[in-house]
Design a protein around this ligand. Structure first.
Ligand code: 0PR
Length: 382
């Protein structure tokens, strides 16, 4: 390689990259992604050139993909005849599930909570489907009493969220499961964030509801390794209860070495897949349990610090997501940016959202609260 040219390019990229915020700095407080586990970095690089779109060229990488799917299936208590599709994240997981629901039912309506992720807007537009939003109850969960009355001859699917984008709440999935079984309707659980949290909250003794394939009415679950799975972007998995159903979203793939291809993606790197598998093996169930325990401890710590400066979380956090109701969340977000902090605002609720991801230490919380108090005083929130 031409060294001079390489140097010039690398310098240019380094200079531009400096404009980015980093997890390492601790300043990213509202993201659902985090610093990579060191083994993820190492493994990602080794598998950069592999292509899971042509699995017969890369049978080794395909085997690793199967192992990752088995780990996630077990985590979600999936039955032995289930299958999994690797996706780019929660958006693609939701799209793929609704594609399947539409194919199976030949219907177009999706019943979902008002708090559903905006990827469902894309689904409605992409697949000409109609969203039927259900209001939330006082705990910011889907109001179960309003679901059954919205079921109609046009219902293709019901969606429940296990770990909502806004506040990390868990919809009443056991009740949704019963309703969907009684009415023979497809039920998808969006556990993009909560899938790697709830099983460990349960192990830690938190009283959280069931959300997974233990519930017989659940047909699909999407779960993201690139959120609380502690691994590299882009990686999610959609688990489908019955592997026969996956045929509905398979096409013949004559120009690659496998006969059929299932799901949306064609050419795709094995890098994130191998990285995610390596992280699951390194962490194991005990490692994830400890990680979640640490995140929950820092969530409690944040709650206490907020109370000390006169601010309250909107609800008692269910997982490591804290919503803080403010009169002017936009102004607070803007001002916090001036101090170097990146938090997200949730317009629908009028709050700012902190996500206590693994890179957020107690020291970062202490520093942040000092600046938050200053900003809230300056802007008349306190
Ligand atoms: N489902 C749920 C429950 C989600 O929270 C998200 C993303 C998705 C689906 C879509 O996932 P992908 O973005 O992986 O396709 N929730 C976060 C959000 O929109 C994503 C995020 C991540 C935002 C990192 C900011 C950020 O820095 O808030």
């Amino acid at each position: 390689m031409n060294e001079g040219k390489q140097d010039i390019i690398l310098k240019e990229l380094d200079r531009i990259r400096k404009k980015d915020f980093t997890y390492e700095s601790g300043h990213i407080l509202g993201s659902m992604c985090t610093q990579l586990h060191p083994i993820a970095k190492q493994v990602y690089m080794k598998f950069l050139e592999t292509n899971l779109g042509d699995p017969e060229l890369f049978p080794g990488t395909k085997e690793i993909e199967q192992k990752l799917i088995i780990f996630i299936s077990k985590l979600l208590n999936a039955p032995t005849n289930s299958t999994g599709i690797i996706v780019g994240g929660g958006t693609e997981g939701n799209i793929t599930s609704m594609w399947l629901a539409k194919k199976l039912s030949k219907k177009k309506e999706i019943i979902l909570p008002e708090s559903a992720h905006f990827s469902f807007q894309k689904i409605a537009s992409l697949m000409d489907m109609k969203l039927i939003p259900i209001p939330l109850d006082k705990n910011y969960c889907m109001d179960i009493d309003c679901v059954e009355e919205k079921i109609s001859k046009d219902t293709a699917a019901v969606v429940g969220i296990a770990g909502s984008t806004e506040l990390g709440t868990i919809d009443p999935i056991p009740q949704l499961s019963n309703i969907c079984q009684d009415n023979e309707i497809f039920l998808h659980v969006d556990a993009a964030f909560g899938g790697f949290v709830i099983p460990f909250l349960k192990r830690l003794g938190y009283g959280v509801p069931d959300f997974d394939f233990k519930l017989k009415g659940v047909n699909t679950i999407s779960i993201d390794s690139h959120k609380m799975g502690y691994s590299a972007i882009p990686l999610g998995t959609l688990i489908i209860r019955d592997k026969k159903l996956a045929e509905k979203i398979s096409v013949e793939s004559s120009c690659v070495s496998s006969k059929t291809q299932t799901g949306l993606m064609g050419t795709r790197s094995g890098g994130p897949v191998a990285a995610a598998y390596a992280v699951t093996q390194y962490m194991g169930m005990d490692g994830y349990e400890k990680l979640i325990n640490d995140c929950m401890n820092r969530t409690r710590y944040t709650e206490e610090k907020l109370q000390k400066i006169g601010l309250q979380p909107i609800i008692k956090p269910i997982m490591n997501v804290v919503g803080i109701k403010l009169k002017k969340p936009d102004v607070v977000v803007q001002e916090l940016t001036k101090y170097g902090w990146k938090v997200n605002k949730i317009d629908r609720i009028g709050c700012i959202r902190l996500v206590l991801m693994p890179h957020i230490t107690q020291q970062i919380i202490d520093d942040f609260i000092i600046d938050l108090e200053k900003v809230c005083k300056q802007t008349g929130q306190l």
